[in-house]
Design a binder for this molecule. Structure first.
Ligand SMILES: Nc1nc2c(ncn2[C@@H]2O[C@H](COP(=O)(O)OP(=O)(O)OP(=O)(O)O)[C@@H](O)[C@H]2O)c(=O)[nH]1
Ligand SMILES: [Mg+2]
Length: 698
């Protein structure tokens, strides 16, 4: 395997809505460049970048993957990413290490929800981009409509550099507006093409589009503008140079066309990637932190010391854990020790490789700009920086969003708990947007992720890859309890059993506090009716009791206890006795203080094409939701609402069916509110039942 330097490398992330054909496009480009011997297809499970068994079975991408081609003496690293909303962070991670983005849209559906999300990520990372309008062969494909939608959404910078020859089943080639040549493709999927003159019937159309392109390029540069007016046009070289510059400054987002599954347009896309997208050593600075934790930006190309960011981890059945990294500066060599600057320890890198999907191709070294992989790192996970011990920097990785939903899981086999923990930890290494913890209150294991499907995929992986069979319970709603009025209470613990007795007595006042204040304990004892040393015991007794709950076993929050009076006995009093007295007082206080249940309210954002908004609002109404606003965002709209968590547990599938899969949603914890009284009885009975069952099982 040849070693490439940054100027010979393009790192392009293919991002976009799901099913726009990103994975198929990567297959097409690999095949056209001779990296594979046949055109991989989703339907046959033969694509290079959807190699995971789950991806093959589900016929869509779940995880980012890398492949490469050599084209015109240039290595193009292609990062294929999933388009489903719940996996969109994979796309963000890939964009983080790419130098440009290929935004893939379907010529049938145009701009969609994930298109806009990935566009925003590309904005955030200031990436130059090209737009590939794929599926030009499909019924109802339209170049004009798609172009219009793109321009409306992303601005006048969206400019075609190709127009199609034919549409739908008649799509047979593209006219290149830069060279003013046409490429006509074989209909057998071989990708073979003839370069021909622009067909007569397209001539005037193509001239018009070319003129618009040239004007747009000239706009960005005064001297070019002058030449344009003097000469009445631009030379081929001036046009390409100008285009390249405008693309790198985000002044032009060129549109290219394709039918990935019919293998049309591939070579023209590869040409454009090499000629128009920035090389890996052209990009500006990269931000991170130095060893002292201070922010810093460093010039990638100027630096000789090695620095790389691990942006992805996956486990391979043969080589174990594989870490993918992008080299930002210096050169990484096989069998050499580096420093994990994120975790501050040495990490030995074994044999370096470049990846063709899951296939590992050995390489002696990787230079600044390249993307490679290494297996079996000792203690390095996604997001870590590898650098040199005497030159420590930590490169900034992506910020992951909070998990949107949590499910309880239970191993089917007793004693599999440890195995479960280890397996989930492995999965989290691959996908840091998954969270796993044990709920102190319910003692359950909780897996949280970006949506129900996300968690289901984890469960599937646990079984297939790690042989841990779990039962997925409906997500648990973390209810709370509180009081609604003040009450005085008295707790007295007295026992005379043979020799040593037990005695403690305390009087308390319980008062409601505002939401979110949790618990306060105030010592209001005067005159030593309870000696100092026993007061913490009273508090401890109340703390323990409030965590166990009163109505339905949920922690009691947002109240204050004032300890006002009490009695003790010189011999018979003890800490234990005062703990018991405290808890008895708490029980009595709860009875008198009109207890009630609190439920978590979620802040929910739901995005979908406008036509579904009415139905979605109606549905939210029936879920006790409060709509707080609707924001128009092009053809899509986003509903902002607050909805009780208990009403949102299976929202993913409802949303899918209402919007035919075109909506997405995100939710975050907002605050707690009182459960309407008429719903409380049911929650209390259910929780009691669950407890009895748990008790019976143990
Ligand atoms: N007709 C037609 N079908 C295509 C084309 N490109 C892809 N497809 C089909 O569209 C479906 C989705 O293609 P994928 O390549 O998986 O799309 P993707 O963008 O990678 O999807 P995600 O991984 O879910 O984001 C598959 O059934 C492909 O065969 C195309 O140009 N024309
Ligand atoms: Mg895909």
């Amino acid at each position: 395997m040849k070693v490439y330097s940054g100027s010979e490398i393009r790192n392009v992330a293919l991002v976009g809505h799901n099913a726009t054909g990103k994975t198929t496009l990567v297959s097409q480009l690999l095949f056209n460049a001779g990296a594979t011997t046949r055109l991989g297809r989703i339907e046959d499970g033969t694509t290079t970048t959807d190699f995971d068994p789950d991806e093959i079975e589900r016929k869509h991408s779940i995880s980012a993957a890398v492949a490469y081609v050599e084209w015109k003496n240039t290595k193009i690293n292609l990062l294929d990413t999933p388009g489903f909303g719940i996996f969109v962070m994979e796309a963000k991670g890939a964009l983080r290490v790419a130098d440009s983005a290929a935004i893939v849209v379907s010529a049938v559906t145009g701009v969609e929800v994930s298109t806009e999300r990935v566009w925003k990520f590309a904005d955030e990372y200031e990436l130059p981009r090209m737009i590939i309008v794929n599926k030009m062969d499909r019924e109802r494909a339209s170049f004009a409509r798609t172009f219009e939608a793109l321009q409306k959404k992303f601005g006048k910078e969206v400019v075609p550099i190709q127009i199609p020859i034919g549409e739908e089943h008649a799509f047979t080639g593209v006219i290149d507006l830069v060279s003013m040549k046409a490429y006509k493709y074989a209909t057998d999927g071989s990708g073979k093409f003839d370069t021909i003159d622009v067909p007569a019937e397209y001539k005037s159309d193509a001239d018009g589009w070319r003129e618009r392109l040239i004007e747009k390029v000239a706009e960005g540069d005064d001297t070019l503008m002058e030449r344009f007016f003097e000469q009445g046009g631009l030379s081929q070289e001036e046009l390409i140079d100008g285009l390249r510059r405008e693309i790198s400054h985000h002044q032009i987002f060129p549109i290219l066309l394709a039918s990935a599954s019919h293998n049309i347009g591939g070579q023209a896309i590869l040409d454009a990637m090499v000629a128009l997208l920035p090389a890996a050593d052209e990009a500006k600075t990269i931000d991170g932190k130095n060893a002292k934790g201070e922010d810093l930006t460093f010039e990638r190309r100027a630096e000789a010391f090695p620095a790389a960011l691990v942006f992805k981890t996956f486990s391979d059945p043969f080589s174990g854990r594989v870490s993918l990294f992008r080299v930002y500066s210096g050169t990484f060599k096989s069998d050499t020790a580096y420093w994990n600057t994120t975790r501050d320890h040495e990490e030995r890198l074994g044999k370096l490789q470049v990846l063709q999907g899951k296939q590992q191709v050995p390489v002696s070294e990787l230079k600044a700009g390249d993307i490679g992989a290494v297996a079996k790192l000792k203690d390095t996970v996604t997001g870590d920086t590898l650098a040199a011990k005497d030159h420590q920097i930590v490169i900034k990785h992506v910020d992951y969003p909070e998990a949107a939903i949590a499910f309880a899981v239970e191993p089917k086999a007793r004693g599999d708990e440890d195995k479960l923990g280890v397996a989930v930890a492995r999965i989290i290494e691959e996908d840091p947007t998954i969270k796993f913890h044990r709920d102190e209150q319910t003692k359950e294991f909780l897996i949280s992720g970006q949506g129900q499907l996300h968690v289901e995929i984890v469960v599937h992986k646990l079984k297939k890859k790690y042989n841990v069979d779990v039962i997925l319970h409906p997500p648990k709603v973390p209810y709370r309890e509180t009081i609604t009025k003040s009450a005085d209470a008295h707790g007295r613990h007295k026992k005379q059993s043979g020799g040593h007795g037990q005695f403690a007595d305390c009087k308390i006042t319980m008062e409601p506090l505002p939401r979110g204040s949790d618990f306060e304990f105030v010592d209001d004892i005067f005159g030593g009716s309870i000696p100092r040393q026993y007061i913490p015991a009273v508090e401890k007794g109340i703390q323990d009791a409030r965590k166990k709950g009163f109505l339905a076993g949920y922690p009691v929050v947002d109240f204050r206890v004032r300890l006002t009076d009490g009695q003790y006995h010189d011999v018979d009093s003890s800490e234990m006795a005062f703990k018991i007295a405290g808890s008895l007082a708490f029980q009595q206080g709860m009875e008198a203080a009109r207890p009630t249940l609190l439920e978590p309210i979620m802040h929910v954002d739901i995005t979908a094409p406008s036509e579904y908004i009415g139905d979605l609002m109606g549905d939210l109404n029936s879920r006790r939701g409060r709509v707080e606003g609707v924001e128009a965002d092009g053809d899509a709209q986003t509903i902002k609402a607050r909805v009780p968590m208990s009403e949102m547990l299976t929202y993913g599938s409802t949303l899918r069916s209402i919007t035919q899969g075109r909506g997405s949603f995100h939710m975050e914890m907002s605050h707690y509110e009182e459960v309407p009284r008429n719903l409380q009885e049911k929650i209390i009975t259910e929780s009691k039942k669950a407890k009895e069952q748990q008790a019976a099982a143990h």
